[in-house]
Unconditional design. Sequence first.
Length: 196
Amino acid sequence: MKRLSESKVLELIRSTKGNVSAVARAFGTARSSVFNFIQKRESLAQALTDAREELVDNAESALAVAVAEREGWAVCFTLKCLGKSRGYIEREPEPPPLEYLLGLLPTELANALRGEIARQVSAGRIGTGSEQVGPAPGPASDHPRPGLPDAGSGPDAGPVAGADDRERGPTDSSVVYPTSGEVKNGSDAGSGPLLD
C-alpha cells in the first residue's frame, strides 16, 4: 500500500475523471480511505467535483451527437429528461377500480373487505377517491369475472363466467369492469386509485 499524497491523488482524480475506486486501486487501499482523504482537503474535493462535472458535460455532448444522428434511444432519453416541461413524461397505467378488483375475489372475502374498507373510511383513516365503496354487487352472473367461476356458488354453479374472454388472451386492450358492465379501451380504462 502506497502512502496517499495530495499531488498524486489530484493527478489521478483528473486522469480517471473522478473515479475514486480507480484512485484507490492505484494506491492499493480502500475506496473509503481515499474518499475520506479527498473530503478533508478542499482542493481535492473541488477537483473531484470538477472531474465529475466534466464527465457529465462529455456525456451530454455525446448524447447531443446521438440525437443529431436520430438515434431512437437518445431522442427518447432526451425527451424524457429534458422535455418534461413540454409534456414529454411517462405515465403509469391507471390501476383498475376497487370494485373490479373486489369482483375477482370470492363473494365472502370481497364482502369482508368491503366492510373493513367502510370501517376505515368512516374512521377517517382512508379516503375513497371518486367512487364510493358500497354493498356487494348483485348476483355474480350480473358481474362477470373473466376466466373465473361464479363466486359463492357450489359445484353446480354452471359454466365459467366470461369464458369467451379467455380466448382473447392477455394482449387484448379491453378491460371489463364488473361494477358497470362497460367495456373501456385500455388506454383510458380506470378512474385512478380509489384509496388515498
